[in-house]
Design a protein around this ligand. Structure first.
Ligand code: C2E
Ligand code: MG
Ligand code: MG
Length: 710
């Protein structure tokens, strides 16, 4: 027994001999040494176990018959106490011990050699036992390495038997899911795990494989506990001797992370880090898409560049981080805007919003107003209330031709103008649009001021009954007084009032003023007059209109038929059922109803006869060209006849000369309104006109520049 075990060199395979018989031990040692092994020896079981504490042999030769613990017991203890189970143990037994061979194996031995020892055979046995051990170890290592790499690669094996549809999935597959309770033993089980949208794909692909016997690869998703996993499936057919498909097998690789990473990279490429909004690149893409699928030429696509004013000041006073937070809040608001197609961050404090399929410029205007209101509401960042100011620059397709890049850069140019301008917080790129926007805004301001400062006036244009020659009514026409005796035509400001909603308060004022005026005239001894009040679209659908009328009529004690409500064809036909409803309500109250500007719209006779109206006003356009012998009067004549067939009274607008009057009389037109009798007059002028008219029963034309709006 050696106390100082010598460590084997790299090339020497270590062997341990445990035998109490000195001769056997020494002989063994000598022979094995000669073979190039490194040998340690022990003369008892206890001694052997002690050596094993620090010496790891590749083979142990172990005598059975020893004093102290015998070979079997030693073998058992080695197997129990030491971890190197792969080390082969060869037992050395006497010939008469053959019966105890079984005991040797039970104790954990790998082989046995009988004494007396056949030395050449022993050498061979030792050699093969050690080689066997090495192969075992290498195999185990390979196996472990493979499993490890499969785990890393998240690569599972699967095989499906076609006969019973049983499926075999390696552990790596199940390890991909945090929930351990799933199992798939049949193909049907597996299908259940698949994302419903991918089930057909899987089935079709495997059928294809079955038919063509050509290997396939594809991705499919597994849906588990509301999570989606993406797996790459590789599959091939296992064929039997007849070349029939007997099973399918392949690999399944969890590529969820790669896919997510790809998606993330893709997202980062097209989105802004700070706000998460689409970036410059993505904005261009999206605008391209919009332009490509634009529904029609009449629809508009607006590119709106929005800049935060004085952002650097905010940055300085709040600090970088808070300013970033503000940008983020601003971006969130932009993103939550309704009616927009997409909102993105172009750069720094410049954002771009795309609005698609606008039906008209007034819709754009209300979209911009809405946007402004939404974005200007104060922000709260780090418990501080922050007010921001914005500027907007707009380019509009197809008013401006161009591609996405030019539309965006035009919007940015317009934004620059808006930033430099003192008055205009919003600028359009196209000069015409800009002029129009400026003009509309100026008119809007005028209307507001006029409402506040009593600068609205009603003028009245007499209406004459052609057969009785009586002055039976007048049309109230609104005028807007500008400074220094200048007037604005309703043709210019009514559309703006309509667009901005100012028509509603203006309409109330008109109704109040007209009714008050009738009362004043009645009190002056004027006979009952029918006063025409024009209603534009918004007024007509205003639910408060009838109450306003009723109140005014009641307040000034007027017979309701004195009020003649003028609506145009386009207003009336917009929603025929609703129009009929509203008109019927007015009829019940006793108001007179006229169809204004008849012939210029699209109304057909069939729809006119459905409407409860009293008077039809032939548009000026059909009167103005009528000549001395009635030429160009065909349309007017047709309209008059048709109206009479429908039991409607007819009034001709814009009768300017004797020829017109003669023609209208000859064709039995009931009434006229036009410069021939009078231009629209102020209330005082009208009273004067009325008095002279009933005295002379003839027409007096008061020249009045104010009244001549056309
Ligand atoms: P409308 O209702 O068809 O009014 C008749 C227009 O023809 C008036 O123009 C009147 O001055 C003009 N006119 C009358 N006789 C002659 C004529 O012999 N020759 C020529 N060349 N023109 C004549 P005005 O006052 O400029 O009004 C234009 C339009 O503005 C009106 O057309 C009406 O649609 C709208 N409007 C005027 N006042 C009001 C109002 O109080 N409320 C609403 N909603 N719209 C109004
Ligand atoms: Mg009118
Ligand atoms: Mg008219």
């Amino acid at each position: 027994m050696s106390h100082h075990t010598q460590l084997p060199t790299m090339t020497e395979t270590p062997i341990l001999i445990i035998d109490d018989d000195n001769v056997t031990r020494l002989t063994l040692k000598k022979i094995l040494h000669k073979q190039g092994y490194h040998v340690e020896e022990a003369n008892s079981g206890e001694g052997g176990l002690a050596i094993l504490e620090h010496y790891i042999p590749h083979l142990i030769l172990l005598d059975v018959m020893m004093p102290g613990i015998n070979g079997f017991e030693t073998c058992r203890l080695i197997r129990n106490n030491f971890s190197y189970n792969e080390t082969p143990i060869i037992m050395l037994t006497g010939l008469n011990d053959v019966a105890s061979v079984d005991d040797a194996f039970i104790a954990g031995a790998n082989d046995f050699i009988t004494k007396p020892i056949n030395w050449p055979l022993l050498v061979k046995r030792v050699l093969y036992a050690i080689r066997d051990r090495d192969i075992q170890i290498e195999l185990a290592e390979n196996e472990a390495r493979l499993q490890h790499s499969q785990r890393i690669a998240k690569l599972a094996y699967w095989q499906m038997d076609l006969q019973n549809q049983e499926i075999n999935l390696s552990d790596v597959f199940y390890e991909q899911f945090p929930t351990k309770h799933i199992s798939a033993n049949t193909f049907a089980d597996y299908i259940q795990l698949i994302h419903p949208d991918d089930r057909d794909l899987l089935q079709n692909k495997l059928t294809e494989l079955y038919k063509t016997k050509q290997k396939i690869e594809f991705d499919h998703r597994i849906k588990l506990d509301y999570l989606d996993y993406t797996f790459h499936l590789y599959a091939e057919a296992v064929l039997d001797q007849n070349n029939d498909v007997q099973a399918l097998r392949g690999t399944l690789q969890n590529i969820t992370q790669q896919r997510n990473a790809e998606a993330l990279i893709e997202h980062q490429m097209y989105h802004d880090d700070l706000t998460g909004l689409p970036n410059k690149k993505q904005l261009v893409n999206e605008l391209n898409k919009l332009l490509a699928r634009k529904e029609s030429d009449t629809h508009l696509t607006a590119t709106v560049a929005i800049g935060l004013k004085r952002f650097s000041e905010i940055n300085d006073s709040l600090g970088h981080q808070s300013a970033d937070r503000l940008l983020k809040c601003f971006a969130d608001r932009l993103n939550s805007l309704s009616g927009i197609e997409i909102a993105g961050r172009y750069e720094a404090q410049t954002f771009v919003v795309l609005i698609n399929n606008l039906n008209g410029l007034d819709l754009l205007k209300s979209a911009l107003d809405n946007m402004q209101q939404h974005l200007l509401t104060p922000y709260v960042v780090d418990k501080q209330e922050i007010f921001v100011d914005i500027r907007m620059g707009i380019s509009i397709f197809p008013i401006e031709e161009g591609n996405s890049n030019s539309l965006i850069s035009n919007a940015l140019l317009a934004l620059n103008n808006a930033k430099e301008s003192i008055n205009d917080k919003t600028c359009f790129h196209s000069p015409e649009m800009n002029q129009q926007a400026v003009r509309i805004r100026a008119i809007e301001t005028h209307i507001r001021l006029a409402l506040e400062n009593d600068q609205l006036h009603l003028f009245y244009q007499p209406q004459i009954d052609l057969s009785s020659r009586k002055l039976i009514g007048a049309e109230a026409l609104v005028r807007l007084e500008l400074d220094d005796n200048d007037w604005m035509s309703p043709i210019d400001f009514i559309p703006v009032a309509e667009e901005t909603g100012l028509i509603i308060p203006m309409g109330y004022w008109i109704i109040e003023t007209a009714c008050k005026q009738i009362r004043t005239w009645l009190d002056c001894g004027v006979e009952e007059l029918r006063i025409g009040i024009n209603l534009s679209a918004k007024q007509f659908s205003d639910p408060n209109l009838s109450t306003t009328l009723d109140n005014a009529v009641y307040k000034y004690r007027l017979p309701s038929h004195c009020i003649d409500l003028e609506i145009t064809e386009s207003v009336a036909l917009d929603d025929l059922d609703q129009t009929i409803n509203i008109l019927q309500r007015f009829k019940q109250r006793g108001y007179t109803i006229s169809m204004d500007d008849f012939g210029t719209g699209y109304s057909s006779l069939s729809s006119i006869h459905l409407l409860p109206i009293d008077i039809l006003k032939i548009d000026r356009a059909f009167i103005k060209d009528i000549g001395r012998n009635g030429e160009h009067g065909a349309m007017a004549k047709t309209i008059i006849n048709m109206s009479h067939n429908l039991n409607l009274s007819v009034i001709a607008e814009g009768a300017e000369n004797e020829d017109h009057i003669e023609f209208l009389k000859a064709n039995h037109c009931n009434e006229v309104q036009g410069f021939y009798y009078s231009r629209p007059l102020s209330a005082d002028q009208f009273l004067e006109y009325y008095k002279q008219y009933i005295n002379n029963e003839s027409c007096i034309i008061i020249p009045n520049s104010i009244a001549s709006a056309q």
